[in-house]
Design a protein around this ligand. Structure first.
Ligand code: FA5
Length: 346
């Protein structure tokens, strides 16, 4: 029995020396210390040991069990230390960030559905070689309007009611401001997306917020086609919804694209039968897009005879509503934790 116990200890130490993941460690723990483990099985053999030898064998049994328990704990500490060292070596790790603050009711939080869908979109476009860019919410009139072929006298300025600031700047009314900024700063060819928050001085209802989110996409190259644009938009929606969704394409007017399109999605809240989100029409405006107008390229110093491009301005807040069948856009920024917690994953 003593030799058997020594052999079990040696076998446990041999196995532990090669273990490098917590699941394998747990497996060793079960095989040696579990209810049907090797040490427990030897313990059951104690009844066959003579009464005279029992104190010695019993002491050895405890010694071996303690040694195996300690060796497993030591290995677990080493694996945890290695895991933390790897996390610290990650270039994205920032030890100066504050700890997450527990919520006042002590219950766990959840990631906001806007964050979940934004990250999904970012992953899709990053995989296709798009740059991910971030631009200011306070903008100049030039980047929000003039650079997009909307001069001061243009009636299209009234299409989006603007929050003007006292210094003459404004809160951007759309992420298309990023088109002007990117065209001015990145040499073509390039492809980029810029998600962000936008603001409109308008009254709210089930599908309109004064503050909402868009994702702008811009691709500039030598020969960019409408076919490629429409294909990319449909592929994006299939990826997001993880199934085919019914869409319709119709002409749309935006001064900064020519031709311009409106891509509508069949309302996912009512299934197309009509509700307050789609204003009883069965369709929701989601993804306006088009070929970049030559005046937009010219304004930014890009030669329209050399370069062409497509752009889209995805209504991210509405996309989130469609994906999760949310019946009022105002839930998104309403600040009610009960709403956000419904999106808790795992
Ligand atoms: C624009 O903002 C253009 N900049 C889009 C664009 C970009 C066109 C590039 C062509 C090329 P529009 O005002 O339609 O267009 O808004 C775009 C999308 O944002 C809409 O389809 C809709 O899904 C969403 N949206 C518009 N207004 C609101 C609102 N008040 N609340 C929530 N979502 C809105």
């Amino acid at each position: 029995m003593i030799e058997e116990l020594d052999a079990v200890l040696a076998a446990a130490k041999d196995e532990l020396a090669t273990i490098d993941d917590p699941d394998a460690l747990r497996d060793v723990e079960i095989r040696f210390l579990g209810k049907k483990g090797k040490i427990t099985a030897l313990g059951k053999g104690m009844r066959n040991v003579s009464p005279a030898d029992r104190p010695t064998v019993g002491a050895k049994m405890n010694e071996v069990r303690n040694a195996v328990t300690a060796a497993i704990a030591e290995r677990r500490d080493a694996l945890e230390a290695a895991r933390i060292a790897a996390l610290c070596a990650d270039p994205g790790f920032d030890p100066t960030l504050p700890r997450p603050v527990p919520l006042s009711d002590g219950r766990p939080g959840a990631r906001h559905p806007l964050t979940l869908v934004t990250e999904h979109i970012e992953d899709i476009f990053r995989a296709m070689g798009f740059l991910l860019l971030d631009y200011p919410e306070v903008e100049t009139e030039g980047n929000n309007f003039d650079g997009l072929n909307i001069p001061a006298s243009h009636p299209a300025r009234d299409m989006q009611d603007t929050f003007w600031l006292t210094d003459g700047n404004l809160l951007r009314t759309h992420t298309s401001t990023g088109q002007v900024r990117t065209l001015k700063s990145v040499a073509p060819p390039f492809r980029a997306i810029f998600p962000g928050r936008v603001f409109r001085n308008e009254s709210t209802d089930a599908s309109h917020e004064h503050t909402f989110h868009q994702v702008e996409g811009l691709m500039i190259d030598r020969h960019v086609s409408v076919g490629n644009l429409i294909y990319s938009m449909k592929a994006l929606l299939s990826e997001i919804f993880e199934r085919d969704v019914t869409v319709r394409l119709r002409p749309g007017y935006f001064p900064f694209v020519e031709p311009g399109f409106e891509l509508d999605i069949q309302c996912q809240v009512c299934g197309g039968s009509g509700c307050s989100v789609c204003k009883k029409s069965g369709w929701v405006e989601l993804l306006p897009c088009g070929l970049v107008h030559p005046n937009v390229l010219r304004y930014a110093g890009v030669d329209p005879d050399q370069w062409s491009g497509w752009a889209f301005g995805l209504g991210l807040s509405r996309l989130v509503m469609m994906k999760y069948q949310i019946e009022d856009v105002r839930h998104l920024l309403g600040g009610d934790l009960r709403f956000v917690r419904q999106f808790r994953q795992g």
